[in-house]
Design a protein around this ligand. Structure first.
Ligand code: NAD
Ligand code: NA
Length: 396
C-alpha cells in the first residue's frame, strides 16, 4: 500500500510509519547534538506520543539517559486504516531507546481513568521503583470523569461577548472573518473539567499515595498565554479558564508534594503546530505570522527545540528554576519578545488571502502539519509499498 495524506478538515486521516519514524529520529538527533543534560533518571510522561509530550520523552531519554514510561491514547492500524501518528511515533521511540539500552515502556489507554493510573503505578513499582519527573502533557477534547461517569466536552469559545477576527484555512490559504458566539457557564465548566488541573492532581494523589515518587521529584504541566489577537478566544476564553485552573493546581500539588520534597510547575510554551492547536480558530493565522517573524530573526523553535531548552536551561541548569511573578516557567520568552510581538501585530493588520503568502509562513505551517502525520520528510521513500504492521514493542 502506498500511503498518502488524506485531509479532512483539521485532521489527516492517514499517517506514514516511516515518516513518523523519521520525525522521531530527527528529534533524537537534535537532542543528541546539544549534549547531555544532568537531569531526571526515571520519567513518567502522560501524553507522550505527539507534540510537547513526545518531545519531553525524547529529551528525557536521549538528553538525560532516563528510563521512560509513556502514556497515550492512540490507535494501532486496522483493516484498511493506518495507525494514528502517535502510535508510529511511540513504536519508533521505543525501538531507538531500546537500541541504546534505555528502558522504555508504554501504556495505551485513557489517562483520565482510574484503571490506567493503576496500571502505571504497577509498572513503576515493578520496573522502576519510583520516578523523579512526571510530565503531564494531555490535550483532549473530551474527558470521561472517573467518579461520575459523565463525559465532558471542552469548547473553544470566548466568554462574555461574541468574538470576530481573522482566521486562515491553512489548506487553501484563504483568510476570512470568523465569528464565535460566547460560551455559557456549562461550556466554561466542562472545559475546565477536561483541560484544567483536576486530572493532573488525581494523578499526583495516586502517585504520592502509592509511594512511587522519589525524593525531590518534580511534576510539570504545559500552558499557553499568547498575544492580544488570540486573547478573547484563547487566554480569556473557555480554554484560558482551564489553563488558569491548571496553573492554580500547580500550587496545590506542590503542597501535597512537600512530604517528598518535591514541587509542581507549569511551563508556558510557545505556539506550535500540533493536532491540538490546528483546531483552534485564529491560532493558525497567528502561527503563520509568528513563524515568519521568528524564522527571520533566527529564533524559531519546534517542540523538540522548546523541550531541549526547557530541560537544559530551566529545569536542570544547575541554577534555581526561574519563574515569572505567577510562579510559571517561561519558555515562550522568545515568542513573547516585544520586537516579535510588535512585528506580528503589525502584520496581523495587513493579513489577507492576497498578502499572506508574502507576509506569513503558510508553507511552513503546512509543512509542519504534514510532518505531524509523518509526511513531507526528506529521506523517506513515499512511493514505496508500506505494508508492515508496526508494533510498540512493550505493548503486547
Ligand atoms: P498533542 O495533541 O500533540 O498531544 C496530546 C497527547 O495527549 C498525545 O500523546 C495523546 O495521545 C494524549 N492523549 C489525549 N487524550 C488522552 C487520553 N484520554 N488518555 C491518554 N492520552 C491522551 O498536544 P500538544 O499540543 O503537545 O499539547 C500538550 C500540552 O501542551 C497541552 O496542555 C497544551 O495546551 C499545551 N500547549 C500547547 C501549545 C501548542 O501551541 N500546541 C502551546 C503551549 C502549550
Ligand atoms: Na503532547
Amino acid at each position: 500500500m502506498i500511503i498518502e495524506p488524506r485531509m479532512r478538515g483539521f485532521i489527516c486521516l492517514t499517517a506514514h510509519p516511516k515518516g513518523c519514524e523519521q520525525n522521531v529520529k530527527n528529534q533524537i538527533n537534535y537532542v543528541k547534538s546539544k549534549g547531555k543534560i544532568e537531569g531526571a533518571k526515571k520519567v513518567l510522561v502522560i501524553g507522550a506520543s505527539t507534540g510537547f509530550g513526545l518531545a519531553s520523552r525524547i529529551t528525557s531519554a536521549f538528553g538525560c539517559d532516563a528510563a521512560t514510561i509513556g502514556v497515550f491514547f492512540e490507535k494501532p492500524a486496522s483493516e484498511g486504516k493506518t495507525a494514528t501518528p502517535g502510535w508510529y511515533n511511540s513504536a519508533a521511540f521505543e525501538k531507538e531507546a531500546h537500541n541504546e539500552g534505555l528502558y522504555a515502556k508504554s501504556i495505551n489507554g485513557d489517562a483520565f481513568s482510574n484503571e490506567v493510573k493503576e496500571q502505571v503505578i504497577d509498572l513503576i513499582k515493578n520496573d522502576l521503583g519510583q520516578v523523579d519527573l512526571v510530565i503531564y502533557s494531555l490535550a483532549s477534547p473530551v474527558r470521561l470523569h472517573p467518579m461520575t461517569g459523565v463525559l465532558h466536552r471542552s469548547t473553544l469559545k470566548p466568554i462574555g461577548s461574541t468574538f470576530t477576527n481573522s482566521t486562515v484555512d491553512f489548506h487553501t490559504g484563504k483568510v476570512s472573518q470568523v465569528t464565535i458566539e460566547p460560551a455559557n457557564q456549562d461550556d466554561i465548566d466542562n472545559t475546565v473539567v477536561v483541560m484544567g488541573g483536576e486530572d493532573w492532581s488525581m494523578w499526583m494523589d495516586a502517585l504520592i499515595e502509592a509511594n512511587v515518587l522519589a525524593t525531590g521529584a518534580m511534576t510539570l504541566a504545559y500552558s499557553y498565554i499568547g498575544p492580544e489577537v488570540t486573547e478573547a478566544v484563547y487566554r480569556k476564553g473557555t480554554i484560558g479558564r482551564a489553563k488558569d485552573h491548571l496553573e492554580a493546581t500547580a500550587f496545590e500539588i506542590s503542597k501535597k508534594m512537600e512530604g517528598v520534597g518535591g514541587k509542581a510547575y507549569v511551563s508556558v510554551n510557545k505556539a506550535l503546530v500540533t493536532q491540538a492547536s490546528s483546531a483552534i480558530p485564529v491560532i493558525p493565522l497567528y502561527i503563520s505570522l509568528l513563524y515568519k517573524t521568528m524564522k527571520e530573526k533566527g529564533i524559531h523553535e519546534g517542540c523538540i527545540e522548546q523541550m531541549q531548552r526547557l530541560y537544559s536551561q530551566r529545569l536542570y541548569s544547575g541554577q534555581e528554576i526561574p519563574t515569572d511573578s505567577k510562579g510559571r516557567i517561561r519558555i515562550d520568552d522568545w515568542e513573547m519578545r516585544e520586537d516579535v510581538q510588535d512585528q506580528v501585530a503589525a502584520l496581523w493588520k495587513e493579513a489577507s488571502t492576497e498578502t499572506l503568502p508574502a507576509i506569513g509562513d503558510l508553507a511552513g505551517y503546512k509543512q509542519d502539519f504534514l510532518n505531524l502525520f509523518g509526511f513531507g520528510f526528506e529521506g523517506v521513500d513515499y512511493q514505496a509499498d508500506t505494508n508492515e504492521l508496526v508494533d510498540i514493542s512493550s505493548i503486547k
